[in-house]
Design a binder for this molecule. Structure first.
Ligand SMILES: *Cc1c(COP(=O)(O)O)cnc(C)c1O
Ligand SMILES: [Zn+2]
Length: 416
């Protein structure tokens, strides 16, 4: 029994003025131009039954069907989710904190970033709504995910990216047979173009006209965290912010499960992470404002380089309401974060993960992590996609193929 009669998804609702809309390819409010969000009615969900249904479900995100925006059954052949949650004791030690740090390694998804979650949901919705072509405006990882999931679903795809993207991300998108479009401009230019095209083309732009559904996919990160912590909440989380969608939706996931009684306890404290070279949300937080003034990005963390973040104001509110913060780190701190995570956990993350670990380190330095508390750090992408980031600190020790040569470079000083 899939429990379709219990499906809770209701409609779309404006986040600013609460006007309600039908569940179609709508994404902004006709009254106030505010963003739309999917609403649910969970009053029919019994916590015990829901928990049993989740545990009997598939291994990935589709086990959370009750909390995703579909009337019927959804699924996909490239199912993301249930990525590892690892207790990182050596990282805690290196940071000199008594907090229990957990790494949620979302690089372990099918195209090696958390974007598989949001894209799987958006493409399932695109199919349900009858679209035959999907598209996206991407900072890199979304490109990989849309191209792959479109291929898996047998849909045509158009992927728009800034033309100066990391080569690894371009190559790993083109391989899926998508129409890869390199736009001479930054992400905000790409996004503007895609918003114009979404008006003209009968296409599902996963993060433009299907954005309300896309955003729902990020809630699954919260659900998995709760399950992996033995149906309990973390005390604190650290997550990266580009548009602010991931950050606010992880929070929504925890909140929903508290509301229906699947988990008890205090809502976790939320810390957001940005790169200094693109930190409109951290800047707004520091100024005590929710207005994110647009910025021209200049950072090695290209996957977070959104200068005009749609959900930035909600991310600021989120950090404030939970007693958290939003910090930014510079490129050197990002590189250092990548190396620190790799050396202490064996996990190689991309620059976005370096931003997140860099901010975690800042929090530890400021004494904001408490002894014994559980801190979950969301690592959202894979290091092989941004190999150049740490090239400057790379050195290869070359030797001749002889033991003497090895000893001369690596051996102990021999005292004759
Ligand atoms: C897209 C992305 C994010 C955050 O995206 P939001 O727009 O804030 O939802 C974080 N990390 C990586 C690696 C990403 O690709
Ligand atoms: Zn409105």
């Amino acid at each position: 029994m899939k429990g379709n009669d219990r499906m809770a998804v209701k409609n779309l609702k404006c986040k600013e003025c609460s006007t309600e809309y039908e569940l179609g390819a709508n994404f902004f409010c006709a009254e106030c131009f505010g963003p739309l969000e999917v609403r649910y009615d969970y009053s029919g969900l019994n916590p015990e039954e829901t928990r049993r249904r989740i545990q009997a479900g598939s291994r990935g995100i589709w086990r959370y069907a009750d909390f995703l925006p579909f009337d019927g059954k959804a699924g996909d052949p490239l199912e993301p989710g249930m990525t590892p949650l690892i207790k990182a004791d050596r990282l805690s030690d290196r940071l000199g904190t008594g907090a229990e740090i957990y790494i949620k390694n979302d690089a372990a998804n099918p195209t090696h970033s958390f974007k598989d979650r949001v894209v799987a949901v958006a493409i399932a919705k695109a199919k349900e709504l009858g679209f035959e072509t999907v598209a996206c405006a991407s900072t890199g990882n979304l490109a990989n995910a849309v191209a792959a999931h479109a291929a898996a679903a047998g849909l045509d795809s158009y992927v728009f990216v800034p033309s100066n993207l990391e080569e690894q991300k371009l190559l790993a998108t083109d391989i899926y047979g998508t129409n890869l479009v390199g736009v001479n401009g930054n992400y905000d230019d790409v996004n503007r173009l895609c918003t114009q095209l979404a008006d003209e083309k009968p296409w599902a732009f996963v993060n433009v006209n299907l954005r309300p559904y896309y955003a729902e996919g990020s809630k699954t990160l919260a659900y998995e965290t709760v399950e992996q912590l033995g149906w309990s909440l973390p005390d604190r989380v650290v997550a990266p912010i580009a548009s602010g969608s991931l950050f606010t939706k992880i929070s929504r996931g925890f909140q929903e499960w508290k509301e229906i009684g699947l988990v008890d306890g205090e809502h976790p404290v939320f810390h957001g992470a940005q790169a200094e070279g693109c930190s409109p949300v951290a800047t707004a937080f520091a100024e005590g404002s929710r207005v994110c003034r647009p910025q021209k990005p200049d950072t090695i963390a290209k996957s977070l380089a959104i200068g005009d973040p749609a959900d930035g104001p909600y991310a600021v509110v989120q950090a404030n309401e939970t007693g958290g913060s939003i910090d930014a780190v510079n490129d050197d701190r990002i590189r250092e974060g990548i190396r620190l995570l790799a050396e202490t956990t064996g996990i190689f993350t991309e620059t976005a993960g370096g931003v997140t670990v860099g901010v975690l380190k800042k929090l530890a330095e400021r004494g904001e992590l408490n002894d014994g508390e559980k801190v979950v750090v969301y690592i959202t992408g894979e290091g092989l996609k941004t190999l150049d980031a740490n090239r400057d600190s790379f050195a290869l020790t070359e030797i001749e193929p002889t033991p003497d040569s090895f000893e001369s470079k690596f051996g102990q000083e021999v005292v004759a």
